[in-house]
Structure formats: structure tokens, C-alpha cells
Design a protein around this ligand. Structure first.
Ligand SMILES: NC(=O)c1ccc[n+]([C@@H]2O[C@H](COP(=O)([O-])OP(=O)(O)OC[C@H]3O[C@@H](n4cnc5c(N)ncnc54)[C@H](OP(=O)(O)O)[C@@H]3O)[C@@H](O)[C@H]2O)c1
Length: 367
């Protein structure tokens, strides 16, 4: 594990005094093109040189990311590269990461296994922490322990590396994922960033996960804790596992049908992370959810988003079927909570998908 030999393109990391360089160009069209092709884009300018090297303007960042190989991380990396930033993928497996981000397509990327994470973090502008064992499994006592410890251990490690970095090498921003499970579940209450934590297992996981992130030296590092809702996208997360069930079942409520579903489209979450990196006003806890949560009331319910996946009502899936694919992780959709993104709205964050019907339609178009 570790060793410089396992780090690809480590020389692409900028030296500390150049943590910020400048550029002018946005490249949203490339992001769109790459998304359609389903490949990860890289940040080449038209003359074949890394675009960031030649351009002048807005700050260019180097961002170290744990969990970059996951559902959210892959899209975040794609976005950052398309905006001409440099990315360091902090992973447990360089070979897995290399297959996801091949060097030929991603020259702006560095891949580091655990022994080399500190080298990448030192000299990065920012760190994004997305790692954690998936919760959509059967929850044996051992797995519950690993779900929690995987998050706590990675977060502790990253925080130590940030805190121990010398002043000129220290990242100035730490964006750490957590989840709306922090609030517990309720059919009647709604939760914003100031609401207290719940008292179930996921609430406990989130509290301890956040507590580790808060140990970052906040005098020098801006901390953003994103309490993420159920992320909707076609290539991963709970929805990808549920899509075959949508195809099989055509009606009836999900669970009681009274529970709230606080969701966010993957593209909006990635934009929220990107804003958190760039904008000094983003600080502290921010709920990473869309502004319009829905009740999962089956036919006609769930925000009225029927026919989005070619079936008469969306989420028309019985509880047993959901548990078969999500294990006890199904609790996030069978129980649920109404979480409002008060802070993101105050900050003026602009959602591409404020309504679930639009989010699901966009995803269904890509299927
Ligand atoms: N997706 C959602 O709906 C949702 C909702 C709320 C919160 N979140 C949180 O947001 C973060 C990103 O979500 P995601 O859906 O992108 O997650 P994901 O696809 O499951 O990926 C997470 C990454 O974490 C690393 N990882 C997996 N198991 C691990 C373990 N046992 N120990 C250490 N690292 C491990 C892996 O990276 P390497 O193999 O490269 O190390 C993996 O690619 C997660 O922390 C998740 O809990 C997600």
C-alpha cells in the first residue's frame, strides 16, 4: 500500500506557491458532451496543452478527493476537470481508480493510495471527503460497524493530514460529506440546518462523522459539512438499484406512502460542492437537498411525477422488493424525513432541478 511508485502523475501536482493559478475559460459544453458520451473528460485546450497552464483569470484549484471513484465523486471529478482544475484522487485502490480515470483521458489527475494521501493533501487548495462504505446493504452488526468506522477513519486521517500540513502547504477549504440521516426520521416535522439530531443508528453515524470533520483547524480552514439527501442519478445510488423495480411494479404506495423523501439531483449536488469550494460564504452545515421534498404516496403521490420511467406512477414499489435490493439501507426511503435546504437558498444557490418530476425526467431521458 502506498509508495511513490503507485502514485500516477504525482509531478502534475502544483508546487505550494502555485496552489492557485489562473484561467479564463468555462467549459460547460465539454461537460455536457462528455456526459453524453459517458466518459470522463480531461482538461485539454484546443492546442492540446493543459488549458489551465495558458489561461489567465479566475483561480485554478488543486482538489484532493476521497471517495472520488464513487457515484458522486466520479461526476465531481468530471466537473472539476472540465473547469480546468487539477484533481488528486485519494483512493484505497490505485488500479480501480486508474480504470475509472485512465491517464490518457485525464491528464489533470493524480491518483494516490493511502500511503501517499498526505503528499497530495499538502499542496492542495481544498479537500473533498466523500468516502464511506455504502449503506444500501444488509446491516449485520459487523457491517454496521464498518459503515460507521469507514467514514470516521477516513475523515480522521484526512483531518490529521490537513492539520499537520505546514502553513504554506495547507488546504484552505475542507468540504466533508454527511447525510440527512443526521436528523432521524419523521412524518410530520421538517428539518433545517439548525434542527437537532435524531436518535437512530444513521443519526449516530452522522453525528460521529461530522464530529471528526469538525476537528479540522477551523481558524485556518473553511469547513463545509454537506448533509446530503438521497442522490438521484442514473449511474449509482439508491435510484439505480430501484430502476429495475420501477420496471416490474406499476402501482401502489411505497411503504406507508406517508413518508418524506428528501432528494437531490446528482448535477445539483456536484454544483453545490463546487460552489462550496469556490465561495467563501459557504461555511458550516449546509443541507444538500432539493428545495421541494415529496411524500412517497404511490400512485398520484410522490409529487405527481408519474410516467417518468415509462410507468404510471413513480416509486410504485412494495416494501419487500425495496428491502431485497437495498437491505436495511431501504430505511432511507421507507422512513425518511422532510429536509429543507434553508442555507443553500439563503446563499442564492441555483438548482437545475428543484422539482422531482424534472429530475426524474432528465434521468429517464439518459436511460
Ligand atoms: N448517494 C447518496 O444518495 C448519498 C446520500 C447521502 C450521503 N451520501 C454520502 O456521500 C458520500 C458519497 O456518496 P456516493 O454515493 O458517491 O458513495 P459511493 O458510490 O458508495 O462511493 C464512496 C467511495 O468511498 C470509498 N469506500 C467504499 N467503501 C469504503 C470503506 N469500507 N472504507 C473506506 N472507503 C470506502 C470508495 O472509494 P475508493 O474505493 O476509491 O477508496 C467509494 O468509491 C458517501 O460518504 C455517502 O455516505 C450519499
Amino acid at each position: 500500500m502506498g509508495g511513490v511508485a503507485q502514485v500516477h502523475h504525482l509531478n502534475l501536482l502544483l508546487p505550494h506557491p502555485a496552489k492557485y493559478t489562473t484561467r479564463t475559460r468555462r467549459s460547460s459544453t465539454r461537460t455536457g458532451r462528455a456526459r453524453r458520451r459517458g466518459v470522463l473528460c480531461c482538461s485539454l485546450s484546443t492546442d492540446g496543452q493543459p488549458a489551465a497552464a495558458a489561461a489567465v483569470g479566475a483561480p485554478m484549484m488543486t482538489i484532493s478527493i476521497t471517495g472520488a471513484t464513487g457515484f458522486v465523486g466520479r461526476r465531481l471529478v468530471q466537473k472539476l476537470l472540465s473547469e480546468d482544475h487539477k484533481v488528486c484522487v485519494l483512493t484505497r485502490s490505485a488500479s480501480k481508480a486508474t480504470s475509472i480515470f485512465p491517464a490518457s483521458k485525464c491528464p489533470g489527475i493524480t491518483i494516490a493510495e493511502q500511503g501517499d494521501w498526505d503528499k497530495c493533501i499538502q499542496g492542495s487548495t481544498a479537500v473533498v471527503n466523500l468516502a464511506g462504505m455504502p449503506i444500501s446493504t444488509r446491516w449485520s452488526p459487523e457491517i454496521k460497524k464498518e459503515i460507521k468506522e469507514s467514514r470516521i477513519n477516513v475523515t480522521s486521517k484526512v483531518v490529521n493530514y490537513i492539520n499537520n500540513a505546514s502553513v504554506d502547504a495547507r488546504p484552505s477549504v475542507f468540504v466533508s460529506a454527511t447525510a440527512i440521516g443526521f436528523f432521524g426520521t419523521s412524518e410530520i416535522s421538517s428539518f433545517d440546518e439548525s434542527s437537532p439530531s435524531g436518535n437512530d443508528y444513521l443519526a449516530e453515524v452522522c453525528r460521529e462523522w461530522e464530529a471528526r470533520a469538525r476537528q479540522v483547524n477551523q481558524e485556518n480552514v473553511r469547513l463545509v459539512l454537506l448533509r446530503i439527501g438521497v442522490v438521484l442519478g442514473k449511474d449509482g445510488g439508491a435510484l439505480a438499484k430501484m430502476i429495475p423495480l420501477f420496471m416490474m411494479f406499476t402501482g401502489g404506495p411505497l411503504g406507508t406512502g406517508r413518508q418524506w423523501f428528501s432528494w437531490i439531483h446528482l448535477d445539483d449536488l456536484v454544483d453545490l460542492i463546487y460552489e462550496s469550494l469556490k465561495n467563501p460564504a459557504y461555511r458550516g452545515v449546509i443541507n444538500g437537498t432539493a428545495p421541494n421534498p415529496v411524500r412517497l404516496g404511490g400512485r398520484g403521490g410522490g409529487g405527481g411525477g408519474g410516467r417518468v420511467i415509462g410507468r404510471p406512477s413513480w416509486l410504485p414499489v412494495p416494501e419487500f422488493a425495496l428491502k431485497a435490493v437495498l437491505g436495511e439501507g431501504a430505511s432511507v426511503v421507507l422512513e425518511g424525513q422532510k429536509v429543507l435546504p434553508v442555507k443553500a437558498k439563503q446563499l442564492g444557490f441555483s438548482y437545475q432541478y428543484p422539482y422531482v418530476q424534472d429530475a426524474l425526467r432528465a434521468i429517464a431521458r439518459d436511460l
